[in-house]
Design a protein around this ligand. Structure first.
Ligand code: SF4
Length: 681
């Protein structure tokens, strides 16, 4: 028998924003076992089913191994030299002919901080545009906008660990058990220890089994119930006057606004019984320490930014901020979506959220990057880039590790937009639905082949370590981007991820004290301004990042599309525990596919009976934008009048149905509610 060398490598799970630490056991360049790291936060040995069994994709025979160039409608393998020369030449031609602002880049929450930093440097310093964005636009752009407006920082205020010190946990718009499974065990543990758990969600999600109170609002009515809670709290004089006086401003604005949100009025809008509004308000206000956790049920709305500001209002009203067990805690979806935002993968800010139209920040980056002529004009968001592409105003797109042709709203429209581009480059590990439309496909490393860092949803910066060699001629994402830049006549060269990390720290004050050496032994929560700073697990302890917390007066507004005679059902979309995002990785795992092999549409037994359709039957679901076919799943989770479809499955992509209408501030689409109809096939 051949000697098989076994090594163990500590790294970070590449799926959700919990960022579990895991030990990969590797034999002969193959991952043969995965264990949760017992001695490490945040998971202390736990992993969910994806973390434990979801890594077959690393050694999948479907991995891309060489660059591909499309000729006469068919992909042909090419050398790196040929592919980079073609991409760089075409980018230079478009830049010269059409101008920088007709080019765009989508960076990724699945690549490392260093790679996101390089993607923004390439976009701003080489293409000379700020047209860079990533999937945060579709999940938490409204969090970044809403919390930044209220507190000055758009990030999770507290940590996973301190949730167990809360007296009350309010979870809304988050199916935590399926989307952030390991964190959901913290919430359940707290509930089992007698802490009050309040779940606000239309679906009977698993967490409701542990909830002391479950409020079931109509989709898209969050502002109304939050204003309703604030109405009761003020009516009963339960608000924290000292906190409001010392730590906030703008309070008078909300006093007037919430007056009309009486429990009876809120019941009419949301369907939540008035008595539940009153009881929940009392519980929340009287708790010594209350924490709010939320996810995309709050953010993916045309009023997403206002939803987030409303939660910030509620928290400030009761002084539940700035100490352990409190806070407003957005649960970011992908493993490195926080890092992709922190590293400037956004059209309006450099890394560390310094605005591109701030002359000081601009100058600092020109000096650091040895360039001139950076654009001070904020760029286009993903949703705007797709629109401009369809209109013929965006000519090229360089997509790194994203799959918008499954994840974006109104896919028929997104497909038309990508087809209209003059030049599309996709850099990925698989030939995804989006890559099929590319002119050039560039094969990259996956997380298990890289050295780098990810930042989880609680702002914890953690190491990613190389465990196996990449297949074929695949290259690391940052290396590919640097080669394109160099070929375009702007040499960018680094020896390693450490070198990029060190440059990033120089221009990113919140990461300045986080050194590679420190990360060997610890994970650090930003902001960490100096090498001797311990990091900041809890934000806003003595003052908010913006100084005083700012209240916003917010009125309820209905969703952009509501049911009518032609489309009488509401549709909401989400995830299942077995799959991740567009399924490009988890669907390569035999075990996960067995557990969740296909798309389904969840419906209540009442609605199924009315329509005379049985569990397991194939049905058609139509919206004004498209049609899909899926298996009917009659479920006690469903609420009458509302259908639920997971968005992972390309063959029955829920996003063929969803509405591309966007929040005016964050430009996030309303993926969580649209009108549909359903019928037998
Ligand atoms: Fe990975 Fe998230 Fe599961 Fe942890 S909870 S193992 S980070 S998918």
């Amino acid at each position: 028998t051949r000697f098989k060398k076994t090594v163990k490598v500590r790294t970070t799970c590449s799926y959700c924003g919990v960022g579990c630490q895991m030990d990969l056991t590797v034999q002969d360049n193959k991952i043969v076992q995965i264990n949760g790291a017992e001695d490490a936060e945040p998971n202390h040995g736990s992993l969910c089913v994806k973390g434990r069994y979801g890594y077959d994709f690393v050694a999948s025979p479907e991995r891309l191994t060489t660059p591909l160039i499309k000729r006469n409608g068919k992909f042909e393998p090419s050398t790196w030299d040929e592919a980079i020369t073609l991409v760089a030449g075409k980018f230079m031609e478009i830049k010269e002919k059409e101008g920088s602002d007709r080019m765009g880049v989508l960076t990724s929450a699945r690549v490392t901080n260093e790679e996101n930093y390089i993607a923004q440097k390439f976009t701003r310093a080489v293409l000379k545009t700020n047209n860079i964005d990533h999937c945060a636009r579709l999940c938490h752009a409204s969090t970044v906008a809403g919390l930044a407006a209220s507190f000055g920082s758009g990030a999770m205020t507290n940590t996973f660990a301190d949730i167990e010190t809360s007296d009350l946990i309010l979870v809304t718009g988050s199916n935590t058990t399926e989307t952030h499974p390991v964190f959901s065990t913290f919430i359940k543990r707290a509930a089992l220890k007698g802490k009050t758990l309040i779940v606000v969600d239309p679906r009977k999600i698993k967490l409701t089994e542990h909830a002391g109170k479950w409020l079931r609002p109509e989709l898209g009515t969050d502002i109304a119930w939050i204003n309703g809670l604030m109405h009761v709290i003020m009516e009963e004089n339960l608000h924290d006057k000292a906190f409001i006086q010392e730590r906030t401003e703008g309070f008078q604005q909300i006093v007037e606004t919430v007056k009309k949100y009486t429990p009876a009025y809120v019941e009419r809008i949301t369907g939540i019984p008035a008595s539940d509004i009153i009881e929940t308000a009392r519980l929340f206000a009287k708790a010594d320490k209350a924490s709010i956790c939320y996810c995309m049920g709050i953010t993916q709305h045309t009023c997403g930014t206002d939803n987030v500001k409303s939660l910030a209002n509620l928290s400030m009203l009761c002084g539940h901020l700035g100490k352990a067990g409190t806070g407003v805690n957005p649960l970011r979806g992908q493993n490195n979506v926080q890092g992709a935002c922190d590293m400037g993968g956004l059209p309006n800010v450099f890394s560390g959220y310094r605005k591109v139209d701030d002359p000081d920040a601009l100058k600092k980056h020109e000096i650091a990057w040895g360039t001139v002529g950076l654009s001070g004009k904020p760029g286009l968001t993903v949703t705007e880039m797709i629109q401009k592409a369809e209109e013929g105003d965006l000519k090229s797109l360089y997509i790194i590790g994203e799959n918008p042709l499954v994840s974006d709203p109104d896919l028929n429209h997104a497909e038309k937009a990508l087809k209209a581009l003059e030049f599309l480059v996709v850099q990925d590990i698989f030939l995804t639905e989006t890559a099929q439309f590319a002119d050039v496909v560039l094969p990259s490393f996956c997380f298990a082949e890289k050295e780098g860092t990810f930042t989880n949803t609680e702002r914890r910066v953690q190491r990613v370590r190389k465990a196996v060699e990449a297949p074929g001629f695949a290259r690391q994402d940052w290396q590919i981007t640097c080669e394109i830049a160099t070929k375009m006549g702007t040499p960018i060269h680094y020896e390693s991820s450490v070198e990029i990390f060190d440059e990033m720290r120089e221009v990113t004050p919140s990461y300045a004290g986080i050194t590679w050496a420190r990360l060997e032994n610890e994970a650090i929560h930003w902001p960490c301004p100096t090498r001797d700073h311990p990091g900041t697990p809890i934000l806003h302890t003595t003052q908010f990042t913006r100084g005083k917390g700012l209240f916003h007066a917010i009125e309820y507004q209905p969703p952009a599309e509501v049911p009518d005679a032609a489309y009488p059902f509401m549709l909401t979309t989400g995830r299942v525990i077995y799959h991740y995002h567009t399924g490009t990785m988890t669907m390569k795992s035999l075990g996960l596919n067995e557990m969740s092999p296909e798309c389904f549409v969840e419906i209540s037994s009442n609605d199924a009976a009315k329509l005379n359709i049985s569990n397991g039957e194939m049905v058609n679901i139509f919206s004004r934008r498209g049609k899909i076919k899926a298996k009917l799943a009659v479920s006690t989770k469903a609420v009458d009048g509302t259908l639920f479809i997971p968005f992972h499955f390309a063959q029955a992509a829920a996003n063929r149905l969803t509405n591309a209408k966007i929040d005016p501030v964050a430009k996030i689409p309303e993926l969580k509610v649209c009108a549909v109809t359903i019928g037998k096939t």
